[in-house]
Design a protein. Structure first.
Length: 318
């Protein structure tokens, strides 16, 4: 008897279908390999890129971006933090997603909750964001098209903290923090085109620095358990500028905007402050000695037992 070689020829489309099926079966059989990612901890001492091929990236212990070093996080990357962990930025953090491919900083827990991890903090030696004459970003630390969620735990003051630094926060969503969404202690702050929502504290808290520059433009600050925006700048030498333009501040659990600035004036333009609830001054509370000017803004439908929309004990409200 003679053996016969049998050759089976598959059409190109069938070969592609079989190949795709093999990949799907392998991914289902070995899901840990398909979603392996990498784990990181400790000091980042040379410039590093976290790429989509590395994702998800799990922070298993505190991470520090050393002074003079740049950590770049590519669009589409997910960074997961184990319980209580911090990212400290002493150098440069460049996390730039896109509208369709965000960078996500989140919890590593199977069922995430507010406060699972601590925060991203920018300190004095962090590289400040730089801008051209038109105000466009040119370099330095930036969070752009990022989602930052489930942080604010371990007794920190905010999921994102700025302490003597100037990162640019642009087109970001900061939510589900166990404390403030953004906590600004000193230096400068520029938050544009962002959503700060559902945090268990203030949406944005600004306090305690002799000189300051704050720009809040085109943001939505909503459904935070305490104040939407809290601005507290008092004391000798506390002088600077605060720009609040085209913001929607709504449905927060306390004042929409609280203003306590002892040595500067403040103008709020093109903004809507509504649906906030407080003991008094649900919309705007002004307790400063400088003037507050409202231009092309709507303050209404806030709840408070005294001065529901505006409560003014400062010198001038225009």
């Amino acid at each position: 008897m003679h053996s016969r070689l049998v050759v089976i020829r598959y059409s190109p489309w069938l070969r592609r279908a079989i190949t795709a099926t093999v990949f799907v079966v392998a991914a289902l059989a070995f899901p840990q390999a398909a979603l392996a990612g990498i784990s990181v901890s400790g000091n980042i001492t040379s410039s590093t890129t976290w790429a989509v091929a590395d994702s998800p990236i799990t922070v298993t212990d505190d991470v520090t971006v050393a002074a003079g070093v740049t950590l770049t996080v590519d669009a589409g990357v997910t960074v997961k933090f184990d319980a209580g962990k911090v990212m400290e930025v002493d150098g440069t953090l460049v996390a730039r997603g896109t509208s369709g491919s965000k960078v996500t900083f989140t919890s590593s827990a199977a069922s995430p909750a507010a406060g699972d991890w601590a925060q991203i903090i920018f300190l004095d030696s962090a590289t400040d964001a730089s801008f051209d004459g038109n105000g466009d970003y040119t370099g330095g630390s930036i969070l752009e098209h990022c989602v930052i969620e489930y942080g604010g735990g371990s007794s920190v003051d905010g999921a994102v903290e700025v302490n003597q630094a100037l990162p640019f926060i642009n087109y970001c969503t900061i939510r589900y923090s166990a404390s403030n969404g953004i906590n600004y202690k000193s230096g400068s702050l520029k938050v544009h085109n962002s959503t700060i929502t559902q945090n268990n504290g203030h949406g944005i808290a600004l306090n305690a620095d002799p000189a300051y520059s704050v720009s809040l433009v085109n943001n939505t600050v909503s459904n935070n358990s305490s104040q939407g925006i809290s601005i507290y700048k008092v004391g000798v030498g506390h002088i600077g500028s605060v720009t609040i333009d085209n913001n929607t501040v709504t449905e927060n659990g306390s004042y929409g905007i609280e203003i306590t600035i002892s040595n500067s004036d403040l103008t709020i333009t093109n903004s809507t402050i509504s649906g906030n609830t407080a003991t008094y001054g649900g919309g705007i509370v002004n307790t400063q000695s400088g003037a507050v000017t409202l231009l092309s803004s709507t303050v209404g439908f806030n709840i408070g037992s005294s001065g529901a929309n505006i409560w003014n004990s400062g010198s001038t409200l225009i």
